[in-house]
Design a protein around this ligand. Structure first.
Ligand code: FAD
Length: 260
């Protein structure tokens, strides 16, 4: 049996510019079987036309018909370049969602720290922690290059920070200077991978937090370039499409070429 995550073909219904570095893509038309995990930082893999490689994007919202992804525009990048153009009407593939946020039921507070790529998850997490009769006190540190007033829901205590430079992050130092609340709580953070490694060490060694009290995820890699694939999927995909093959057939051939 295949262990590959389930995939859904969808179309870009709308593309809205939220800020100079953030685009909102609304996908639909093909997602009838899509099911949310309900975990507020859930993400999908997104495969854009002509590509095999996926990039991960947080499900900003899913209403049973339309899936909203908020996409950061970098200097270069596979999804960046595609999304920077008019992509409305394009067919994309998304993988089934997965989530990681696991706040204990007795948490009295939650701390959320992240850069622009983490904003969709922080917004959705805050929507859930602040909902209901018994909201959980929510603090957010957001390191973003744009003015995103109004992007986060009303309620959390938000500290806006400017990135130290393009493609840089100072979040490790920010976390070390946090005045930690007392009582039971949960810490969630996402951003550049090298910063996240430093923060995990800090939480384990200095704060001595059990692993159930935090979730720290590397969302992107700054310094090192991606390793080129041993077999470039692009030509295989194009040749397969030109020959009228299905995505499943093309994937099988790609796996064979890579493993062979
Ligand atoms: C679980 C998860 C959820 C995520 N959710 C979101 C989301 O909701 N929205 C979102 O925009 N991103 C999100 N990301 C991050 C996103 O997957 C990466 O930033 C991805 O690399 C962007 O793809 P790209 O094709 O534009 O650039 P790539 O082709 O992957 O990278 C091209 C170049 O850009 C650089 N680069 C990549 N990301 C950044 C960055 N953030 N800042 C500066 N330089 C960068 C790389 O180092 C590389 O040199 C998430 C990642 C994970 C793991």
């Amino acid at each position: 049996m295949s262990t590959r995550a389930r995939r859904y073909d969808a179309h870009v219904l709308r593309r809205d510019v939220l800020s100079p570095h953030l685009l909102r893509l609304t996908l639909g038309d093909g997602l009838v079987d899509f099911e949310s995990t309900g975990i507020p930082d859930e993400w999908v893999g997104l495969i854009v036309p002509g590509q095999f490689q996926s990039r991960y994007y947080t499900v900003r919202s899913w209403d049973g018909r339309e899936l909203v992804l908020d996409v950061v525009v970098h200097e270069v990048g596979l999804v960046t370049e595609w999304a920077s153009r008019d992509c409305v009407g394009d067919q994309v593939t998304v993988t089934e969602p997965r989530g990681s946020f696991a706040m204990p039921g007795d948490a009295e507070w939650v701390l959320l720290v992240g850069d622009l790529t983490a904003m969709p998850a922080m917004a959705r997490i805050a929507e859930t922690t602040l909902a209901g009769a018994d909201p959980v006190a929510t603090r957010i540190w957001a390191e973003v290059p744009d003015n995103l007033t109004g992007y986060l829901p009303e309620g959390p205590d938000v500290t806006w920070l400017e990135p130290p430079g393009p493609g840089q992050s100072g979040l490790a130092a920010v976390v070390e200077s946090i005045d930690w609340p007392s009582g039971e709580g949960y810490f969630w953070m996402a951003g550049e991978s090298a910063q996240m490694r430093a923060i995990r060490k800090h939480l384990m060694r200095d704060r001595r937090l059990p692993s159930t009290a935090y979730d720290v995820m590397g969302y992107w890699r700054g310094a090192s370039r991606r390793q080129p694939r041993a077999v470039d999927p692009g030509p295989i995909w194009r040749a397969g499409k030109a020959a009228g093959k299905s995505d499943e057939q093309i994937w099988a051939e790609y796996d064979e070429a890579r493993d062979g």
